[in-house]
Each structure stands twice: as structure tokens, then as C-alpha cells.
Design a protein around this ligand. Structure first.
Ligand SMILES: *Cc1c(COP(=O)(O)O)cnc(C)c1O
Length: 393
């Protein structure tokens, strides 16, 4: 039996018309994932194009301010295109090239994944079409402009709630039109197998580097690693290297939006139920009858009603704890990190920073926390200003 499941989660719950391209992808990834030439090419672009390895920065002023555990930031914000997304995109696009695919398609919410895919499409001279909900097209105009400048075609999706999940539905439908020539680049550790595994593999470089870096700086492992969870790719990317180190606590942070009780959130593990979404069995936000609910978070990148199957499994086995940070907490962490460290974090990453700050306070001074700074906050300035004017800050 192939290992397409994580406990009861994952699998390939897809239309028959997608089985052919999914099996083709599975075969290709199996063939190349340990191929020397493939890994060398990926490594070359990671180093010379993305700018890896990214630093592990000691946040001295933040640490002093909290007077608890030492906080280190894994600087995925310094990657080309401004977030961790490019790690996964380059892996998938190099695979697409080897599979002789003629066109890349991708879904995007906040636009960071779309920009990364459009970037790789330009670099490797492949046609590129991006699916984005109509609402996101409006609220993420800067990223839409970036994708257009890079040469991508944008499909504004007006079905359903006109956001990320609808964009992903539409991309999967579009894929069935021409599976021979199209490669679908999924942006997070979700979707049908082998995507969750593939995305985890490509993002695992984050934790691999962080582990090596902390061992060289501190001569010991961290006590705690923290990352935000949308679909879960940056989180599993950091956690992967530490899963076997049982003394290292791992915390994933879901978007609490306006609070779990209000129903306006995006916390699929803490506030969801078991279902099937985008080809995988997973925890998700849906009604009792199985209709997908509207999600809400101040950070568009965490605003996804499902979550990668591996996280549901790690939650069940209690290897990773999943906590919540609401909008207000994220904004507070965003401000504090900007003022104390001169680093403007993405609103998504701010959720992880908030929980790390809370934990640090009650930890000893010789203990260590690593926070994944999944992206930079340039894209969020307008959102922040609007939030502050509405809350009289
Ligand atoms: C897309 C995005 C996320 C959420 O996606 P994951 O797959 O959960 O990592 C988090 N942070 C940033 C900066 C993003 O762009």
C-alpha cells in the first residue's frame, strides 16, 4: 500500500479525470526526488536565486524586553519574493520542466504564492496562469500588478465566496482541460497526495538550516519552535527536522480572527471538523451538512478553510500543539517586532511571533525559541493602517 495517508488524513479524494495527472506527478516525483542532477539544480537556484541560506537572527531587544527565553528568528522574509513560498515553487517548477509541461497554473490568496509562481515562470520561460478570487484580486492589488508585470495571466474567480478556496476549485477544474500540458503548482502542504509530501520535502530546508544554525550558535537544540499555520507549509518546513527530537516542543499557530466563539476565524484544527477538501481528508471549517464555511483572518495568507493533513495527524499524536492567535495579538506582535528589531513581519508570521512572545515570558533565560518569520510585511501596510484607524490606535 502506498503511503498517501497521515493517520486517517490525506489521500486522493479527486475526480476520476484528475487521477491520470496525479499518478503521473506521483511517478515523476518518485523518480526525481532523490535524483542527483535534480537536487543539484534545485540547490543551485536556492543559493544563487533565492538567496539561501537565510539567517537565523537572534532577536536581542525582543528577548531583553520579555526577559525570558532567547528568541531566534528564521528569516524566510529575506528570500527572493519575500516569503517561504519560493522554496516549494522552485522545486515544483523544476519538476514540471522535467515532465515537459508547457504551462504552470496556480491558486493564490494573498498573492504571495502567485507571485512566486509567476517569478519562476519568467525565470524558466514557461507560460503561467494564476487563479485568484475576485475579492482577493481587489484587496491584494499590488501583488496582482507584480504577477502581471512578470508576465502571468490572472483569472479572477467569481464563484462561491470569491476567495482562496474558490480559486483552488477553479484551478483544479482548469487542470482537467489539458492535463497533458499543464502542471498545477499547489502553494501549501494541502491538496491530494503527493502534494502534501512534496511541499513538505521542498520546505524542509527551513528546519534543516535552522537546526544546523542553532547547533552552531548555541551548541544545543531549541526548547521550542513556533510557526503560523495557514495550509501549513512554512510550519511543517520548520518542524520537519525536529520531529524526532522529542525534547523540542513544537507549536503551530492558527488564525483566531475575531475569536473562535464569533465564528469569524480560520482555525481549522481548533475550530473545525473532519471532512474532505481539495482532494484530501482533513480538518476543515464546514457546516454539519458539508458546506465549506466562510473564513476570516486579518492576514489573507492564513485565510484557508482547510489545513494540510500532516498537521491533523501531528495534532492527534500530540507531537505538535496547535494554538490560536487572534487579529489583535497579531497586530501587537507586528508592532513590537517592527519597533524593537527593525523587522516588519508579514501579518501571517506575526501570529507566530505573538505566541512565541507569550511562551518566552514564562521560560528560563537559558532556554531557546525559534520562530519562523515566514514573510515580510510590506504587503500588509494598508491592512494595518485600516485596522488601526478602525480601532482608534
Ligand atoms: C502563504 C503564507 C503563509 C501561510 O501558508 P502556509 O502554507 O501555512 O505556510 C504564511 N506566511 C506567509 C508570509 C505567507 O505568504
Amino acid at each position: 500500500m502506498k503511503k498517501s495517508h497521515y493517520g486517517i488524513y490525506g489521500g486522493q479524494y479527486i475526480a476520476e479525470s484528475l487521477m491520470m495527472p496525479i499518478l503521473e506527478l506521483e511517478e515523476a516525483y518518485d523518480k526525481y526526488k532523490n535524483d542527483k542532477n535534480f537536487l543539484e539544480e534545485l540547490d543551485y537556484y536556492m543559493k544563487n536565486y533565492v538567496g539561501r541560506e537565510t539567517p537565523l537572527t537572534f532577536a536581542k531587544r525582543l528577548t531583553d524586553f520579555l526577559s525570558g527565553a532567547k528568541i531566534y528568528l528564521k528569516r524566510e522574509d529575506l528570500n527572493h519574493t519575500g516569503a517561504h513560498k519560493i522554496n516549494n515553487v522552485l522545486g515544483q517548477v523544476l519538476l514540471a520542466k522535467r515532465m515537459n509541461k508547457k504551462k504552470l497554473i496556480a491558486e493564490t490568496g494573498a498573492g504571495m504564492h502567485g507571485v512566486a509562481v509567476a517569478t519562476a515562470a519568467a525565470l524558466f520561460n514557461i507560460e503561467c496562469e494564476i487563479f485568484m478570487g475576485e475579492i482577493d484580486v481587489k484587496r491584494q492589488k499590488a501583488n496582482v500588478d507584480r504577477m502581471k508585470i512578470l508576465g502571468a495571466k490572472i483569472h479572477s474567480v467569481s464563484e462561491g465566496t470569491k476567495t482562496l478556496k474558490d480559486a483552488m476549485n477553479e484551478a483544479m477544474r482548469f487542470w482537467t482541460n489539458d492535463p497533458k500540458n499543464i502542471f498545477y503548482v499547489i502553494g501549501t502542504a494541502a491538496g491530494p497526495y503527493p502534494y502534501p509530501m512534496m511541499v513538505q520535502d521542498f520546505q524542509s530546508i527551513i528546519g534543516k538550516e535552522a537546526k544546523k544554525q542553532i547547533l552552531s550558535i548555541e551548541k544545543k537544540l531549541p526548547n521550542l519552535c513556533v510557526a503560523c499555520v495557514g495550509g501549513g507549509s512554512n510550519a511543517i518546513g520548520l518542524f520537519d527536522a525536529f520531529l524526532g527530537d522529542m525534547d523540542v516542543k513544537l507549536i503551530g499557530v492558527e488564525a483566531g480572527g475575531k475569536g473562535i466563539k464569533t465564528g469569524e476565524h480560520a482555525a481549522s484544527i481548533n475550530g473545525g471538523r473532519l471532512g474532505v477538501l481539495h482532494g484530501a481528508k482533513t480538518m476543515l471549517l464546514e457546516t454539519f451538512d458539508g458546506q465549506i464555511l466562510d473564513t476570516y483572518s486579518i492576514s489573507a495568507g492564513l485565510d484557508y478553510p482547510g489545513v494540510g493533513p500532516v498537521h491533523c495527524y501531528l495534532n492527534d499524536t500530540k507531537r505538535v500543539k496547535y494554538e490560536i492567535c487572534d487579529d489583535a495579538g497579531a497586530i501587537m506582535a507586528f508592532d513590537i517586532l517592527s519597533k524593537l528589531e527593525g523587522i516588519i513581519p508579514a501579518l501571517e508570521s506575526s501570529h507566530a511571533v505573538f505566541v512565541a512572545m507569550e511562551k518566552a515570558k514564562s521560560m528560563k533565560k537559558d532556554e531557546i525559541i525559534i520562530v519562523n518569520l515566514s514573510g515580510r510585511g510590506d504587503k500588509d501596510l494598508e491592512t494595518i493602517l485600516k485596522y488601526k484607524s478602525e480601532h482608534n490606535e
